[in-house]
Design a protein around this ligand. Structure first.
Ligand SMILES: Cc1cc2nc3c(=O)[nH]c(=O)nc-3n(C[C@H](O)[C@H](O)[C@H](O)COP(=O)(O)O)c2cc1C
Length: 190
């Protein structure tokens, strides 16, 4: 059975990003996948400081929750990255995870950890930055040689206060479709 991991890049627990990720994961389960969720709000992942230690030792020298999150990413067959728009960009929480995991993954010790995984990218905004935020995450996905399920590899929904995305039926529907697409492609590649 394939395992799909959703990573919520919002520091706000129970918010709109978490809602669309849980919806996508429910969709993945509906087609037979196992799912897991990580809230970056509950995990401390500091920014990469470019020290280069990981490329020599295969270990990050920053003592926080990164290794725990990274290990769960490497164990999954499919990854869903999701972030709200913070001044048109992904949150610093998601950016820190992306920088740390990309740098770590490109070290000689762990080059193939993301190769061939299936992935998708999601975003939420009150109004602006939606495409920018999923594009930023999608470019990371492609840089790591992950595989995307075409047009269903990105989704977004609009909302400001917690729960607003539930009033965006098209956003919820495309989130569901992304969950199904990521799970089905992972199953095909299994
Ligand atoms: C620091 C900060 C910056 C934001 N910047 C934008 C923005 O540039 N454009 C926008 O449409 N919404 C912006 N928002 C609104 C959030 O994207 C929106 O409230 C979203 O639903 C939050 O997702 P969450 O509930 O998962 O935390 C911002 C919110 C915060 C806290």
């Amino acid at each position: 059975m394939v395992r799909i991991l959703g990573i919520v890049g919002s520091p706000r627990k129970g918010g709109n990003t978490e809602i669309i990720v849980r919806h996508a994961l429910e969709a993945a389960r509906s087609v037979g996948a196992e799912t897991e969720i990580i809230l970056l709000a509950e995990n401390r992942v500091e920014p990469c400081d470019g020290c280069g230690v990981c490329s020599k030792t295969g270990k990050c020298r920053i003592d926080d929750d990164f290794e725990h999150v990274f290990n769960r990413m490497t164990e999954a067959d499919g990854l869903i990255f999701a972030s709200p728009s913070y001044y048109e960009s992904m949150t610093p929480h998601m950016k820190a995870l992306i920088d740390r995991s990309g740098t770590f993954n490109s070290s000689a010790h762990s080059r193939t950890k993301f190769d061939g995984k299936v992935a998708g990218a999601m975003s939420v905004a009150r109004r602006t930055g939606l495409a920018n935020v999923w594009t930023q995450q999608l470019l990371f996905i492609l840089s790591q040689k992950m595989i995307v399920p075409g047009i269903k590899s990105y989704a977004n929904a609009v909302g400001s206060t917690k729960g607003d995305v539930l009033k965006d039926p098209e956003g919820m529907e495309t989130s569901w479709d992304l969950g199904v697409a990521v799970a089905k492609l992972a199953q095909k590649l299994e």
